[in-house]
Write a protein of this length. Sequence first.
Length: 430
Amino acid sequence: MRMYDIIKKKRDGSELTSEEIEFFVNGYVRGTIPDYQVSALLMAIFFRGMNQRETFDLTMSMARSGEILDLSPIEGIKVDKHSTGGVGDKTTLVVLPIIAAFGVKVPKMSGRGLGHTGGTIDKLESIPGMRTELTRGEFFQVVKKVGFSIVSQSGNLVPADKKIYALRDTTATVDSIPLIASSIVSKKLAGGADAIIFDVKVGSGAFLKDTEQAQELACLMIDILKRSGKLSRAVLSDMNQPLGRMVGNSLEVIEAVETLKGNGPEDLTKLCIRLCHEILNLVGMNVTEEQIKDEIVSGRAVERFAEFIEMQGGDPRIIDDYRLLPVSRKVVEVRSVRPGYVDRIDTEAIGIASVVLGAGRSRKEDSIDPSVGIEVLKKIGDYVHEDEPIVRIYVSEKSDVDLAISLIHNAYGIVDHKVGFREIVLGVIE
Ligand code: URA
């Protein structure tokens, strides 16, 4: 088999066989196929696409390129959750303790933030003492005891994705639906769960800006998982404004804990309850949204979160005393230059503003400051007076405050006419 022929075949719009796909993935991981040939093939896939069978084969070849986690030491059905990424997205911190309280096990690997979106591992590491790198034995022990654990992704999972993603990033081939689907699902398959729920974000702060593309991605990911014998479902959610009110690491932990106590913002609470409902139904539990709300009110979910923090070395007292979390005391208000209704928030710009304050990283090797971030005071549909604060920013000496303020001013669109509030859940795909 020759890589040249595979590139030519896809360039001319033909379907690749399973063997051809396996050949190029293995060859690239082993280093026998060079970057320039894989780049050419990725560009051919970008323009010609891949059908569902090809995308499934690509995903399987990528998943098999490294270790596939064996979760059999943990009894019962294991669930995983994936968000396509957004601004202020702390749903994992809320959803996992709730579904664990219903007896479902969630051994979860998460990533760090990169670009304008945050990452769960960075958020957790703002809790003093919290460890996110556990041995396999410790990871399983936390899941068995608490019902869930969150650790950072192990280096040995899906090496094919690491190499291919890095190449896509430099060859303008990231935004291809089959390449995105195979990248995401190969990592989920390697994580070893039986059922996977996707939170596919749509809008100005999301990776995918329009609903049709998000639906296409969700359907494709579900199809791949169905072909590999796994249960899955996707919730499409709105990312045309930050989720909840807090953006930034410690601030998001506080908001997640408030939500677990039943005091969270409406959009975040609604989305988390819906995600829990879909997960529990997916694994055959007939639980209503009312029962999920009762579980929150009972305090059992927040208790699980405290147990999880303690078992991973963190200080569980943060649940009742937020002063134990690093939150900057230096606060600046960003005020509206005109009165009116908030019509638009460029959410990617809000994410970038949080990065320039120090809450995220522009390059992988950058360090982050857990104490800084953004509190969104006005959301779409809200009325704002002239000179009224729209956003509060938590800053440090290293923050580029002027740039953050200018990004936030430009991100807000304020109009004279009334604007409707946005629905957070846009749909569910089974
Ligand atoms: N997230 C991933 O993991 N992979 C992609 O290709 C895009 C988003």
